[in-house]
Design a protein around this ligand. Structure first.
Ligand SMILES: [Zn+2]
Ligand SMILES: [Zn+2]
Length: 116
């Protein structure tokens, strides 16, 4: 179970394709959701079931996009617009902080694959 989304920044053209969220095909890897590191210029995937997720490079705590209000703007509250939902945590339709150019120009988009 899970889904695949992509991220695209309309400002700097940063693109991350095929972000495999939830369990994906591998049930041993945890429940992955996109996360942000202040010092990295790319997205991370981190396990929402873990108490703490650290950036492998910077050893600082990763921040989940769905859990931290400061990482998004213009959130669409209506849940029927949600991009991805996993165990009660949803990536809403919103403008997200791009890890590369640090502006609220990044969007997540569902790739339309659902393995339920
Ligand atoms: Zn980092
Ligand atoms: Zn950007």
């Amino acid at each position: 179970m899970g889904g695949v989304v992509k991220a695209f920044c309309k400002s700097c053209k940063y693109k991350q394709d095929n972000l495999s969220l939830g369990h994906g095909f591998d049930f041993t890897r945890g429940s992955l959701m996109p996360a942000y590191c202040e010092s990295c210029d790319k997205l991370h995937l981190a396990d929402i079931d873990k108490e703490e997720n650290l950036c492998k490079v910077h050893k600082t705590a990763l921040i989940f996009y769905h859990a931290e209000a400061a990482l998004s703007e213009n959130i669409v509250a209506d849940s029927s617009f949600d991009i991805f939902e996993w165990k009660g945590s949803a990536i809403k339709k919103a403008d997200y902080l791009c890890p590369k150019c640090k502006t609220f120009s990044m969007h997540f988009k569902d790739k339309g694959i659902d393995w339920d």
